[in-house]
Write a protein that binds this ligand. Structure first.
Ligand code: MN
Length: 244
């Protein structure tokens, strides 16, 4: 059985939309994608009974009220209704031990959901000198290196301590709650990946592996495969529950 993956969406001019790369990379890794809307009434609990994993996608900035700050002058677009449903979905998914994969905004949402904070704008707020995290290159092309923590799940997945990734973010993780381990950083110290300790699979990355995976990048494909494998385990656990 292929695992069913719930994928969050964004809106544009009254239309729900999703970058094709998220959907294609899930299919490429062996999952069945379903898109989850927001701004409408959803029973997150019941919805998640029907999926085997949750993919939190990229997009606009998380509302700073969710980490007790007022908006900085350099904050970008925010969508309160999207934050609300994604926070509810994350909480409900964690209760069900569902695998969660957060990409770009997704890693930020995960961090905030568990009590962390963000740099609302790296250039305005980061204490050190930052490298370029909003690349002027095609989405599938890598632009900066990340250093991966030895012994982490990410290290196991990627199999290397240093890889090049793409980068399209002006925000970054600031305070990271203890439930997470920071598993990758850029050379300027900006956090690029986290994973939840003592949890089946909850990984967040600041880059966009979906764009690189569909362009055949090996470490990005491995990342999606690891997520789908974790979701397959979820299907097997459910099957056991139904059988007993
Ligand atoms: Mn970056």
């Amino acid at each position: 059985m292929k695992p069913i993956i719930g994928i969050t969406m964004t809106t544009n001019n009254g239309q729900y939309c999703i970058n094709e790369a998220y959907v294609k990379s899930i299919i490429q890794a062996g999952g069945i994608p379903v898109n989850i809307p927001f701004g409408v009434e959803i029973d997150a609990d019941q919805l998640l009974d029907g999926v085997d994993g949750l993919l939190l996608t990229g997009g606009v900035d998380v509302h700073p009220h969710f980490f007790d700050e007022e908006p900085h002058l350099k904050i970008g677009h925010i969508m309160l209704e999207r934050d609300e449903i994604e926070l509810v979905l994350t909480e409900a998914a964690l209760k069900k031990n569902l695998p969660i994969f957060g990409i770009c905004r997704g890693i930020q949402l995960l961090n905030v959901a568990l009590g962390g904070t963000l740099y609302q704008d790296i250039n305005a707020q980061y204490e050190n000198e930052a490298i370029l995290h909003q690349q002027n290159a095609r989405r599938r092309e890598a632009s900066h290196f990340i250093e991966i923590t030895k012994g982490s799940l990410l290290h196991e997945i990627v199999g290397k301590e240093k890889v090049a990734v793409n980068s399209f973010h002006h925000q970054a993780l600031k305070k990271v709650p203890d439930v997470f381990e920071v598993t990758a950083k850029a050379s300027d110290g900006i956090i690029e990946a986290i994973e939840m300790k003592d949890y089946p699979y909850c990984v967040g990355v600041q880059w966009h592996p979906e764009e690189m995976a569909i362009a055949d990048d090996e470490h990005s494909k491995n990342l999606f495969k690891s997520f789908i494998d974790a979701c397959k385990n979820q299907v097997e656990v459910e099957a056991k529950v139904i059988r007993t």
